[in-house]
Ligand binder design. Sequence first.
Ligand SMILES: *Cc1c(COP(=O)(O)O)cnc(C)c1O
Length: 380
Amino acid sequence: MIPYGRQKISSEDITAVTGTLYSDFLTQGPAVPEFESAILSCTKAAYGVAVNSGTSALHLACLALGVDTGDRVWTSPNTYVASANCARYCGAEVDFIDIDPETRNMSVPVLKSRLEAAEADGNLPAVVIPVHFAGQPCDMNEIAGLGERYGFRIIEDAAHALGATYLDSPVGACVYSDITVFSFHPVKMITTGEGGMAVTNDVTLADRMRLLRSHGINRNPAGGDPWRYTMTELGFNYRMTDIQAALGLSQLRHLDDFVKTRNKLAAYYDSALGDLPLSRPVLKPDRTCAWHLYVVNLVDGTHGLSRRQLYDAMIEAGVGVNVHYYPVYKQPYYRHRYGDTIKCMEAEHYYESALTLPLHPGLSREDQDHVVTVLHRLLN
Ligand SMILES: *Cc1c(COP(=O)(O)O)cnc(C)c1O
């Protein structure tokens, strides 16, 4: 089966990891801060806090911004559940802003009208979490403008978008947000096995996330006995290991290549599938895409072939297609909490016909041609 996404591990990656295994530190050694610095030199933010998953990074970001019981957090329905769950961990209520059918990212006009209504009702969100779906950055300038107007803070969920750029700055520069969060799950742009990072330009937010990453313990209290440590808050163990950080450091050296390869593979699909009844996202000219996912949508002319039939036939032909994403608010957990009050028509419409094709830096031309041939056979 050709997977939809997969890590690409080099012999240098393996050497880096085994090197850590022979070293003094498996965790809390030198590799984690080195990895944080390396990510910062590529995203241009000032502070980075490496953690054990992207989900943990989202949770710490919400906590650092003071998200609490009774607060409201808004995100996109077209995302992985973690973008919404992080707010629930803090006791906040989540709402979902429908997508722009062209980019599949949070729609700015919808966000604007929802904010106008929320202002009138006195229930504005504390935090908005735009998600750079499939690796294309959201309209951050406009979202940041609305943040100033309506007083909400912004966390960019950039789990798909390490290596993308927006208005000439890297995603993760935090020009238009308080905190940007990355994931290093194996299908993402680079991997640490499991892992994530929150980056910010605000030292107070960074310090708070660092404190909460490690039990709320301050290692170096002023004065007192040298062996004592001070726990000032109920934090977590969200630490990344040195083993993971060493892999991340080594992987990061390949990031430019990975992004270039993903862009080439996407362009090849674009041209090879151009004559089929499939639509693709619109890419905006003032930003570049990291191409985490290559999604096509079935349009009229598929000879009655449904998305489910196409999915099954592709799997049968050894092509590991997938679907991203089932709108988060339709998950039983969210339905149970919010009933049927939430409806994002564009996200549902998009979901009904979406299919994710294999796209990852190790995808060979041979395998990609197989995907193209199978699609032609089924749709022509
Ligand atoms: C992968 C992902 C996450 C969570 O990252 P983990 O490292 O798996 O915890 C969050 N948001 C989005 C959009 C993702 O794709």
